[in-house]
Ligand binder design. Sequence first.
Ligand code: AHG
Ligand code: MN
Ligand code: MN
Length: 334
Amino acid sequence: MALHSETLEQFLSRTHEAVPGGLAALSFLLTHVGLVGKLLSRDLRVAGLLNVLGTTGETNVQGETVKKLDEIANETCVRVFQQSGVVCALVSEEMEKPVIISNERQQVPYIVLFDPLDGSSNTDVNMPLGSIFSIVAPSRADLPPNERDLLRKGTDQVAAGYLLFGPSTMLVITAGKGVHGFTLDPGLGEYLLSHEDMKIPARGKMYAVNEGNYQKWTGEMRRYFDHLKVEDKATGRPYSGRYSGCLVADVHRMLLNGGIYLYPGEVKKPEGKLRLLYEANPLALIVEQAGGLASTGTKRVLDVEPQKLHQRVPLIIGSRDDVREAEHFLHGQA
Ligand code: AHG
Ligand code: MN
Ligand code: MN
């Protein structure tokens, strides 16, 4: 039996006493992210028995078919954050409009932007899934949040985290003081610290990309990808390909082992597929806090000025040297 490690709450009170909005509120909010993880983990563990697989028949604001588990995950997130009392607005990949939570209590400190279920193509085949959370503070706590409060640069994030539903359920968070991973002990119903102060290797030997898009890529992206497959022992090439269909799972692998995840812009879709506010920004904050980089190919993800709630960006994220090398190719300098 593993020794008792620190719980999420114990760890936060020991390490994050002074964060914007106050430790108590942030700690309280992150425990609600943990509650979402417990609820979804319970459902996902027996999804095949609950008649929750397959699609709802609806199409979401992304133009994507909505899986039943997308809807369940979204409803779970909305309910938990509404009940938390520390959230004044919600933005979800699965909801076209934001949810403004009218709280009588003033000083409601946080806005949560989230991807309730990441890797939806994996729901019916029992492959890894995730949830991604970005947390910002409204510009003024005494007024309901406005559009400007929601369209924030990634550098404005107070905290970010993801849940990974794999063989174990993990919660990985940053509040600007490093990246820390917790593993859910279902028997205890507690998240226990299992990966303190995660640091991503400066370079890896793996790439995660959907190679099926090769013909859609720009010449620069193809040249970078071809470069990764040339034999060169000194630089660990050829890299191995590992692509799960779940951004959270692939980025988690890179965070631990090093390497690079790419969902680049394409000739006909220069903006790429992944969404800035609740996929790229939170993961970029986490990976940068762990010593890695996150780029659109031409600029730092966290510096992108959002224009629309569901806007997409190309995402090249992972080990520092790998991302820099990819940018070198994508800038046409190689
Ligand atoms: P989501 O399920 O939230 O729409 O995210 C899916 C994303 C990401 O998780 C994954 O890496 C990528 O889309 C897979 O896209 P392709 O199937 O086009 O490779
Ligand atoms: Mn996603
Ligand atoms: Mn999703």
